[in-house]
Write a new protein. Sequence first.
Length: 247
Amino acid sequence: MKQVSSSQAEKPPYQLIRSNKRKTLGLQVKKGEVIVRAPFFVEENFIEQFIAQKAAWLNSKIAQQQVAVADAEKYRIADNGVVYFMGLPRRIKLVSGSKALVFINDCYLECVLSSRYLSARIEENQQARLNEKLSNLVDSFYKSHALKMLPSKLDYWQDKTGLSANELVIKKYKARWGSCNSKGVVSLNSWLVACPPSVIDYVIVHELCHLVHLNHSRQFWSLVESFYPQFQQAKMWLKENQYTIAN
């Protein structure tokens, strides 16, 4: 992995990742940063030319993502912040109470904490403590709903597709919604319940199809489409909301 600063102003800096497995150049813009994936045999001057040719497109993508990241600042786990639940935005509202819990009340995600934690809002040096407590509380809320919902969703799609996982793991992941390994273990992000039901269905079908194809080949996507024809809309929702789902 190598950090590269382009020599011309119009070319954005990029992160270069080389791999023995790659046969072609690949470009990705993620959170406003450019990532170039390249085989070891491709020389850096060729990569520089490649970046120069794509500079206008890259700068446009970077600008779009920077705006999206800025807009997403309100979507975070904090008092008066906004999180998604089942595809709908819910504003976090802190409430004083004797027992820590979370519940949905209209458009709010009400988080009950003891007054000793809420007093941290006026004590600047205790803000981190409040944020940690609130984050853990909300995570537990999502995990409990995921444990109730996702197994039955998986059962439904296993019956419908005829594909069966050997094991289901539900936990919070930072950078993925799900995965499937060669042992037939399907893992799902507990924060999937932030997404609309149709998107949850897509992610589950996606991972089940990896039981047949452990790749993202044309055959894999054809299989996904055969079971879930509207998968493109679900993929687009995840892409458009990747910065606004507090996870």
